[in-house]
Design a protein around this ligand. Sequence first.
Ligand code: C5P
Length: 239
Amino acid sequence: MSMEKVFCALDNMTKDEVLSFIEKSNGKLKNIKVGMELYYAEGPKFLQELQENYDLKIFLDLKLHDIPNTVAKAISSLKDLPVHFLTIHTSGGTQMIKAAIESARKNLPSAKILGVSYLTSLAPHDLKEMWGIEESEIPKAFERFFKVGIEAGIDGFILSPLELNILSSVEKEMKANVLKVTPGIRFADEIASGQTQDQKRVLSPEEAIANGADYLVMGRSLSQANDLMARINEIESIH
Ligand code: C5P
């Protein structure tokens, strides 16, 4: 499997730590995911600096969620930044999704808009508490999110690998094909030894790809690897 399929999440890192991590990968890292913490701390200049110095695609994970006009304007403030993927909350609704896409096409033509559905940190009891969704209704609840997003013209979704089958069946039903980007990835040996940290629903890179993921988001398995190059070789040796 090519490293082109992997976005490495740079969480809990300072700018200097990010730069030294990128250097450590010897050019093998092709894509990175910059989250709110890094973007709020370092701002657009940092993205420009990354673009000037490295050949990396950037996934800007801002998880935008506000009224349509505000989201559209927020995206226009990112104008011409090197952004390959940008996230919004699908729960912002059809008008917000459409406004985000329209603004992205104008201001960030290289960016694809990915929808977040329910955050993986939410347990079934949270879904019940906030939206009255019973555990047995959870797959249907995801299905509704995917349908709303696709109907509004979204480019893809960021979703747990265990929700890939729900999205695939929605795609079939709607004759659609959207990008599927999955976090919640751990190497098989990490899963076997219980090193999944706060991720509850995880699959290995090969399983996620086999289940239909187009791209993987991998954070700590790479950023905290004892031997980063060995882990990169492991990904590259997956068929
Ligand atoms: O370290 P780890 O591989 O768990 O990092 C996963 C990354 O994916 C983090 O940046 C996390 O915020 C993000 N993410 C996630 N689940 C989602 C959406 C994003 O874990 N549903």
